[in-house]
Write a protein that binds this ligand. Structure first.
Ligand code: AMP
Length: 516
């Protein structure tokens, strides 16, 4: 059993059914998809690729992404989807680390040949048209048998710090993730549509798996990215969309709906479900999003090492406004998803009491097999089957997990722990503040001091004194920022995560301190 069986099962049942779209234009039915993937699998095998060999995908979102993924699995290969924003040197580092032999690219992302490959294919070229030509009888192309424990996806961590590590995801990990989606995130019908707005090399691409399981429709927007006007229109014309959106993308969708005076009912015509996660969603932001767009949100918390699967804040949790602890639940990342256990432990690996803060641990079939060629890092990350996530949080008596921060983002000032998120939450409740990010900077007296970077809404005139007074009214005195920087935007990676390392450097520079 492997991921390829999921597509075969759907293509046998509903070969004529529309499967993949580019914008509103049909790109492939399930039958055509399987015929193209089988054809490419055959070519790759004939060219000498062996089961377990790595194939890199370095391209912008494209309908052929899906065909290449399933072709690789058909031939028993391992896919290595890479962030399209990486520098060619960073990609060449990954090619070398993964020992990838083939790469599928788009010309805009990889205009020059990348070092270390046996073959680089431009997915939009005539060569790719030939490679992906449908075979007349897909069922005559043998599937290379794979076991659930075999590797399917080598996922290089986003690498906001240090060298990225290759997270080894098996067929079992990804099938577990797919099945869990229906139980903990969202039931999917074959008439549903998933839209790939966020990069397919990351979490968004994983949504292909439950949506192939359900025989649903897959849409790559014509722009290949996030354009709220395009997405709202797309939903209206082909049916309500489901999508994964990092909190920054959610904000853009909500702003669009508000600026265009769309009611929640009108939003429902464009969107069935917006799954958010990948970075903190602040309480004020999700409350606003629910008010503007209505009950179409679900939150997931996971990481590359347990993709999409750790906890989920389901639609019913978000709607349970009469619960006495509703606001706490809304600010949390939800409850453990069905196939995993979640614990919070102290530095000795012992469970802490409910409400106490510690490191979040996850155990279950979604947890990676380890880091590629890195037994040391693997042994540190997974102990007794428990994944040490590096996230800090606490569990409440209802089983809801609230994340404080990444352990490395914790600020220790004058011996007291300060979780940047708490300060960010406080800053964001001041009207006129659009975005806020808080980091620690070295300080000779306090060890570290809190530094805030603030993006103001257009025409807002909030000053430092107002921010300081607002913080004093909301959080303990020692937690309030000692320095404020007003910026036009926050540095973010391709997936919408704020680059705290860059902010720490900027904070040090502003204070003319050299980072540790
Ligand atoms: P990545 O491996 O790049 O997907 O990053 C995973 C990290 O993003 C997690 O370890 C968390 O620190 C953060 N993250 C993921 N989901 C959430 C969420 N729902 N809320 C807050 N942080 C999140």
């Amino acid at each position: 059993m492997s991921l390829v069986d999921l597509l075969i099962r759907q293509a046998r049942q509903q070969p004529e059914c529309a499967a993949v779209f580019r914008g509103t234009a049909l790109h492939a039915t399930y039958g055509q998809w399987v015929a193209r993937s089988a054809g490419l699998a055959q070519v790759m095998r004939q060219a000498g690729l062996e089961p377990g060999d790595r194939v890199l995908l370095f391209m912008h979102n494209h309908p052929r992404y899906l065909e290449v993924l399933w072709a690789a699995w058909w031939a028993g290969l391992v896919v290595v989807p890479v962030n399209a924003k990486l520098h060619s040197r960073e990609v060449e580092w990954i090619i070398d680390d993964a020992q990838a032999r083939w790469a599928f690219v788009t010309r805009d992302v990889a205009p020059e040949p990348l070092a270390g490959l046996a073959w680089q294919i431009d997915i939009e070229s005539a060569e790719a048209d030939a490679l992906l030509a449908p075979v007349p009888d897909a069922w005559a192309v043998p599937v290379t048998p794979r076991e659930l424990v075999d590797l399917a996806w080598l996922f290089y961590t986003s690498g906001t710090t240090g060298r990225p590590k290759g997270v080894m995801l098996t067929h079992r990990n990804l099938i577990t993730m797919g099945l869990t989606y229906f139980v903990d995130v969202d039931p999917v019908a074959s008439t549903d549509t998933i839209v790939y707005a966020a990069p397919m090399s990351h979490g968004a691409g994983l949504y292909a798996i439950p949506h192939v399981m359900a025989g649903a429709r897959h849409v790559v927007p014509a722009s290949g990215g996030v354009d709220p006007a395009e997405l709202f229109a797309l939903g209206r014309s082909i049916g309500p969309l489901s999508t994964f959106a990092a909190p920054t993308i959610v904000k853009r969708l909500v702003d669009y709906a508000q600026d265009n005076n769309l009611s929640p009912e009108q939003c429902a015509r464009s969107f069935k479900t917006i799954v958010y996660g990948g970075a903190p969603m602040y309480l004020a932001d999700i409350q606003h999003a629910l008010r503007v767009m209505g009950p179409r949100f679900v939150q997931i918390y996971g990481q590359g090492e347990t993709p999409m699967v750790a906890t989920a804040l389901a639609r019913q949790h978000l709607a349970d406004t009469t619960h006495p602890r509703y606001l706490e639940h809304l600010a949390s990342v939800g409850v453990a998803q069905t196939p995993v256990q979640v614990r919070v432990t102290n530095e000795h690996g012992q469970d802490v009491a409910l409400g106490e803060v510690g490191e979040v641990l996850v155990k279950g079939d979604s947890v990676m097999a380890g880091y590629w060629h890195n037994p040391q890092a693997s042994a540190l990350a997974i102990r007794d089957g428990w994944l040490f996530t590096g996230d800090v949080g606490c569990l409440d008596r209802d089983g809801f997990l609230t994340l404080k921060d990444r352990s490395k983002d914790l600020i220790i000032s004058g011996g007291s722990n300060i979780y940047p998120r708490e300060v960010e939450e406080a800053l964001l409740t001041l009207s006129g503040v659009a975005e806020a990010a808080v980091v620690g900077a070295p300080d000779p007296e306090w060890g570290e001091v809190v530094v805030a970077f603030v993006v103001l809404e257009m025409d807002a005139t909030v000053g430092q004194t107002e921010l300081d007074q607002h913080c004093l009214a909301q959080i303990a005195r020692f937690k309030r920022p000692k320095h404020y920087h007003f910026v036009d935007s926050l540095p973010k990676n391709n997936y919408g995560k704020v680059l705290k390392t860059a902010l720490r450097e900027a904070a040090c520079l502003a204070l003319t301190i050299h980072p540790a």
